[in-house]
Ligand binder design. Sequence first.
Ligand SMILES: Nc1ncnc2c1ncn2[C@@H]1O[C@H](COP(=O)(O)OP(=O)(O)OP(=O)(O)O)[C@@H](O)[C@H]1O
Ligand SMILES: [Mg+2]
Length: 309
Amino acid sequence: MILTVTLNPAVDKTYTAGELIAGHVNRMRTVMSIAGGKGINVARVLRQYGHSVYAAGFLGGYTGDFIEDQLNREGIGCRFVRVEGDTRVNMNILSDNGYVTEILEPGPEISGEDLNRFFAGYDELMEECGLVVLSGSLAVGAPDDIYATLISKASDRGVRVILDTSGEALRKGIEAGPYMIKPNQRELEYIVGHKLVNRETVAHAALSIHEKGVEHVVVSMGKKGLLSVSGNKVYFAKAGKVEALNTVSCGDSVVASYAMSMLEGVSDEQALVRAAAISAANATTLKNADIPKEIVEELEKTMTVEVLI
Ligand SMILES: Nc1ncnc2c1ncn2[C@@H]1O[C@H](COP(=O)(O)OP(=O)(O)OP(=O)(O)O)[C@@H](O)[C@H]1O
Ligand SMILES: [Mg+2]
């Protein structure tokens, strides 16, 4: 069983539009609503590959009901704490000129009592789960060391953790020693405190975090590819060119792919190739966290892994 944690889930609304102009009435051409938030996206990818998954975090209001209903129908076990207020709606507007505009709500505020209920549920879930995925931004009111706390709780029981977040939550999480992190280039720059100008500087920055005690550091570099550090080796892979329609949840697809590979115990090179293929395939559909498996198989066939260090 895999547990994914999403502290601040969202109903993701994807719109298509002609042109978006600030200060004007903007009519959308199409709209699609889907349960979202990074951990939830990871859970949805894992379900498509037949894995058993729990999703935990905080949900509230009618938008929370929408998410729970959708996840139940997909066969994802919901273990959310219900809170006051409505789960947020995040809008993602794809306009014909190629611009992607995101409008993100803050989400409901979490109380101390909500947090305590969440920790109690998490402790129980640790008994059943072999792997934990902590993904995304913090809920309003959650302390920025919450991921560090959740990593320590999992480590105490010998459960491995993948952490995918940003800023101080990531910095503090790294100090608690997660098994794996998956920053993108910008998130890694924040942690090392300087710009990373090419693949080699990214590789050295990732190695420096590995040396601090994170077993596996995977850095996603958008359409430029994916870099992996484990056991003092640095690998790089890039999927063949795809027509990218929607890159939301590409990072989450990388995380889901690594979660599967960790459970299956495949080699670091195989894990990297699979993650690059699954995340590139995710970009080819308008739907978030939707993986066309035939595209994954095609991409895997033509990929090679470079050893950088
Ligand atoms: N346009 C693209 N074409 C092909 N592959 C892509 C594209 N964008 C992303 N990917 C794949 O997805 C991976 C993750 O993307 P990216 O680095 O943008 O993640 P991210 O910034 O964490 O995204 P998010 O957190 O929004 O999901 C990349 O390393 C790459 O393998
Ligand atoms: Mg990301």
